[in-house]
Design a binder for this molecule. Structure first.
Ligand code: NAP
Length: 241
């Protein structure tokens, strides 16, 4: 049975991903800074197959220990989903150094360190399970969005990381892809003003914001042998925005 790491599994897309992976039979390890009641309930329900930890993705040593603990508990790592991220909205001219630093540290460096630690273990994964990495980007990496330039830079960086890493790891049988959601109904998008929300819905072909379930379906597919010949891709899941 596959073992899958998911960063930021306490709520939103990360939590929905953890739920889906457990339902399909994976062993799952996830972390966030604070955890959540929903994740604790899930851990009680899936005591044998869900490993949770509280740590800060800005601390590489904590990530290293998390991956080591997951490998120790479950015997290896098959897939890694780099999902945890933060977004500080605001025009660049007034953005503080600490806001820029924290977005780069969590979204980009934290994801890269997590993937590095995971890949070291995934080299020994069962090829029949088609081991893979999925990084969670955002459509704003390519479309842009006023007030999200630094956040968009971190996501564009992740997409560049994924396509290069796909070339590096393909010969070792490991696939690397990105998913790029449009705006989703989660905590991260709660700061959207009503005007902005209506504008986004109006320009979206499907006439609504996305939900975590819309994105989980793609992550489920990409981290399965059904996607064994798909690597180096970014899949936009934005309802036609
Ligand atoms: N929501 C959207 O509209 C949208 C659109 C496009 C792309 N995305 C992307 O989708 C992914 C999930 O977003 P979401 O909406 O589900 O976000 P969310 O609801 O804010 O959840 C973010 C998760 O990351 C964790 N996290 C944040 N900072 C962390 C840190 N320093 N260390 C460890 N964990 C940390 C959070 O837990 P703690 O706070 O407890 O640490 C939480 O579990 C992100 O990569 C986001 O950029 C979201």
């Amino acid at each position: 049975m596959p073992t899958t790491l998911v960063s930021g599994g306490s709520r939103g897309l990360g939590l929905a991903t953890v739920e889906r992976l457990l339902a399909r039979g994976d062993q799952v390890a996830t972390f966030s800074r604070a955890g959540s009641a929903a994740l604790t309930a899930l851990a009680e329900q899936h005591a044998a197959s869900l490993h949770t930890a509280c740590l800060d993705a800005r601390e590489p040593e904590e990530i290293r220990q998390f991956v080591a603990a997951a490998r120790e508990r479950f015997g290896g790592i098959t897939h890694c989903i780099a999902n945890a991220a933060i977004a500080h909205e605001g025009v660049l001219a007034t953005m503080r150094d600490d806001q820029i630093d924290s977005m780069l540290a969590v979204n980009l460096t934290g994801s890269i360190v997590l993937v590095r630690e995971a890949v070291r273990q995934m080299l020994f994964a069962d090829a029949a399970e088609s081991p893979s990495v999925v990084v969670v980007s955002s459509v704003v990496a390519r479309t842009g969005s006023q007030g999200l330039s630094v956040y968009a830079a971190t996501k564009a960086g992740l997409e560049g990381f994924a396509v290069s890493l796909a070339r590096e790891l393909g010969p070792r049988g490991i696939r690397v892809n990105a998913v790029a959601p449009g705006f989703l109904e989660t905590d991260l998008s709660q700061t959207l003003s009503d005007d902005n929300r209506s504008r986004i819905v109006r320009r979206t072909a499907m006439g609504r914001l996305g939900t975590p379930a819309d994105v989980v379906a793609a992550i489920d597919y990409l981290t399965s042998p059904r996607a064994a010949f798909i690597t180096g891709q970014t899949i936009a899941i934005d309802g036609g925005a």
